[in-house]
Structure formats: C-alpha cells, structure tokens
Design a protein around this ligand. Structure first.
Ligand code: SF4
Ligand code: SF4
Length: 438
C-alpha cells in the first residue's frame, strides 16, 4: 500500500494543489534544496542503506501491521527521495500525497533516529518536505488556520489583546477566593521567573494558569507574566513550515521577556513550544544561545521540590505510568527529573510502559499532527494503536503527561481504545495534593 491508496480529502491541500504547475513545483523545490538545506540532507540521502532498521521505531508502521509505506524510510522514499531524484519535477497530485505523509503520518518525534545505524533524522527530512509544501501553499486547513492566527495576533488561538489580561484577571479573582492575597503579577520588572504558556491555556485550559498561580504563590516564587502579545510561545508555524513566522514568534516571545528584565523563562507543560526555542526557532534566527535562559516546568517543579518549596498535604494515589513527551525527554533529557518528581508526588509505584524514557513511543498527536484536525483524526488514532497497547499493558489508571499535545493525543487514544485511564499534568497533581489554606 502507498499514499495514493489512502488519500484523505482536505480543503487546504486540495485548493493548494489546484494552483500548482510542474514548473512552479520545480522552482520551489530547487529553491529549498539549494538555498535552505546543506550537507545534512544530502548526506542523509546518500547514506541511507534502505536497510529498514528504522521501521520498528515508528508507531505508524507498528500500528499498521508492518506496512512498509508507513516506515520512516518508506515515508522518505515516497517524498523527499522522489523530490531529489526528479529534481523537483513532480506533479501537483504527487505534492498532495507528499503533504499528507509529511503533515499527518509523521509526528517529527525522532524515535527512529535511535534505531538508524547511521543516525538519519527522518523528522528533519519530513520538516523539510513540509517547508516545501508551505512554500507551495499546500497545507492542511486546520493547522494553517492556527498559523494564520499566529501571523495576525502572535498567538495560536485568535485570543484578542484585551482577552488575555482579562483571562488572567478572571483567574486571579477566582484563585483569591481559595488563596487570599494571591496575585498573578503582570509586567513585573526584574522578576525571577517569566511564566510562559501557550494559547490553548487562556482559551480552553484556564485551570492550568489557576493551578500554576496557586503553586507559585504557595512556593513564594517571584514571578510575572506579560500583558502584551509575546506571551504565547506555541508555534504551529514551526510545524507548517512557515519558518519566517516561526522566527518572528520566537523574537517576540524573547523580546517580551527582555523588556521585563526577568532572570529566567519557565515554559509551562508544553513540549512543542519548548522545542521551538531549543531546536528550531533558535536556529532559524541564528542564535547561539537564547537571550534569556529558559527551562521547562518539569525542571522548575523539580527545583521547587528539591528546595522544599512544594509542601504536600497528601500524596496522589498510585500506581501511575509516565508518558515521556518526545520534545522534553528525547529532545532534552528530562526523564529522570520527571520520575524523581512523580515519585515525590505519588503514593505508589511508577509502572513503566515497555518503551520509555528517550525510547518512548509518541502520543501520535505531536509534530502538529493533531492540529491537522478532524479530516485526519481517524488516521491519527489508527496510528496510536501501538501506544494504546503499551498503555493497556501497564494496568494502571493514571497517566502523568507534562505536555499539552500529549494530553490531547492521549485523551483521544484512551477513548478510542477504551483504556479507562485518565491523564494528569504535573500541575494537576501538585495542585490537588499541595497544602492549601483551611
Ligand atoms: S513518526 Fe517519529 S518514528 Fe515515525 S517516521 Fe516520524 S519521526 Fe520517525
Ligand atoms: S535505518 Fe537508517 S539507513 Fe536504514 S533504512 Fe532507516 S533511515 Fe535508512
């Protein structure tokens, strides 16, 4: 089976390819290959032995009974290898299939790098295919809408400038009923911590801001949030291939932190936003180092725990399993801090999934795949069968997952495969178990 046997109708892809000609495709492909990729892509193309050792790494391959067209090398052969071999002279229909593979059948999770004897990064290759598709104007509609929101508002969810401080004010008001005197300090110059979130928080998951405020308040953290655009560090443009906008987003985020002269940025429980400033956005804007140090919430909560600043009234009932988000564990190595923190918070054991830590299987939502929306939902969930099997085998009821995308993907997976599990952020557990005013 190949991509032509499983094409899905998407208005963004369909309308995009209608505007293409083979001449235009060739020009754009050549422009990206010659102007934006260097020895890395050329070397990957030269050294791949087509050995297939990467196949077992990929949950899409595992979940589709070993169909080779879903393997990392199979996906590269249907996309980038064709573009290179044909020097970009492919048809608009070919681009449709390549876009579907790159945007919806690869989570850019990079598990396959660990299985490849020569270290080929298929996630990078698929990102480059996406970059070409973006420049051709062929992007799934739902994720393109979030990229447009970034361009228009500097946040992913069309949150208006006045809605953002209003949401924080509302959370502060609510939290003060439970924690008298609590503040969500806006625009506080020189604070130790700038708390960075993503736009789904004020839109859908306001409890996370409430909980973070409660935890920081109880721990005596000197923190702030900006009142102006720049507060959202999410980055769907990184995933659509709109790298120009990705760079603008990262600059805006850091400039808002620099303006407040904060000491550090703490990224909330999100993986892709974290990746956007340690892996992709920072490279695009050619920063050797970030202008302001950034750590992920896993590390910050771990620091608070080590300093004795998280005071628990009770422990969360275990056992639990831990889902390691690709972008903070495989990409950043936070697996042991995560486990140390979870052991501190729970009463019981951590039951590991068969694949864990840096070898963890992706939630199947990452890389912007979940953001490609309803047309691709069934395909995405078919791809998460391997993850569901590993989760079911743990026999536990709670999954701890410190990442927004992972939550979205795991919630769908739990429902589709009737796993009967619930998913918790670290902030959920800390808030639930911390000492509170009586
Ligand atoms: S989904 Fe992950 S394992 Fe599969 S090809 Fe993409 S990067 Fe590799
Ligand atoms: S394991 Fe590496 S060399 Fe072998 S097919 Fe996969 S990408 Fe190519």
């Amino acid at each position: 089976m190949g991509i032509q046997d499983r094409l899905i109708e998407d208005v963004g892809l369909r309308e995009g390819v209608k505007r293409l000609t083979e001449d235009k495709i060739e020009k754009v492909v050549q422009g990206v290959l010659k102007g934006e990729t260097g020895a890395r892509l050329a070397a990957y193309n030269e050294i791949c032995m087509r050995c297939g050792l990467c196949s077992e790494a990929c949950h899409f391959y595992l979940s589709h009974d070993g169909d080779p067209s879903y393997s990392p090398v199979g996906k590269v052969q249907q996309t980038m290898a064709q573009l290179i071999k044909k020097k970009g002279r492919v048809s608009p229909d070919d681009i449709y299939g390549m876009a579907q593979i790159a945007y919806t059948e690869c989570n850019l999770c990079r598990r396959c790098v660990h299985f490849c004897p020569v270290g080929i990064d298929t996630g990078y290759i698929m990102s480059t295919v996406r970059r070409i598709c973006h420049k051709l104007g062929v992007t799934p509609q739902y994720i393109q809408d979030t990229a447009h929101s970034h361009s228009a508002t500097f946040n992913q969810m069309w949150v208006k400038d006045d809605e953002w401080p209003d949401s924080l004010q509302w959370q502060e008001d609510e939290a003060r009923e439970e924690f008298p005197g609590l503040r969500i300090p806006l625009d506080k110059e020189g604070a130790d911590i700038y708390y960075s979130v993503i736009a789904p928080e004020p839109k859908f998951r306001t409890q996370l801001i409430y909980q973070a405020a409660a935890i920081f308040n109880a721990a005596g953290v000197d923190w702030t949030m900006p009142s102006e655009p720049g507060w959202d560090n999410s980055d769907m443009c990184m995933f659509t291939g709109d790298f120009e906008m990705m760079g603008r987003l990262k600059r805006r985020h850091f400039e808002s932190a620099q303006k407040l002269k904060v000491k550090r940025i703490v990224m909330g429980e999100c993986g892709h936003a974290f990746r956007s400033i340690y892996d992709m956005g920072n490279r695009w804007v050619a920063w050797k180092m970030y202008p302001v140090p950034v750590i992920h919430s896993i590390e910050f909560f771990w620091e608070l725990m080590k300093q004795g600043k998280i005071k628990l009234a009770k422990k969360y009932p275990g056992p639990v399993t831990v889902h390691d988000p690709c972008n903070v564990v495989r990409g950043r190595g936070h697996h042991e801090k995560l486990r140390e923190l979870v052991r501190f918070l729970i009463d019981g054991e951590i039951i590991e999934t068969a694949s864990n830590r840096e070898h963890n299987i992706c939630c199947t939502a990452g890389g912007g795949v979940i953001n490609c929306g309803p047309p691709f939902k069934n395909v995405r969930l078919a791809g998460s069968k391997a993850k569901a099997d590993e989760l079911r085998a743990t026999g536990v009821k709670t999954i701890v997952a410190p990442c927004h995308n992972c939550h979205g993907g795991l919630e769908d997976t739990v429902k589709r495969y009737e796993l009967g599990m619930h998913i918790k952020f670290l902030g959920d557990i800390i808030y639930e178990c911390m000492e509170k005013p009586s």
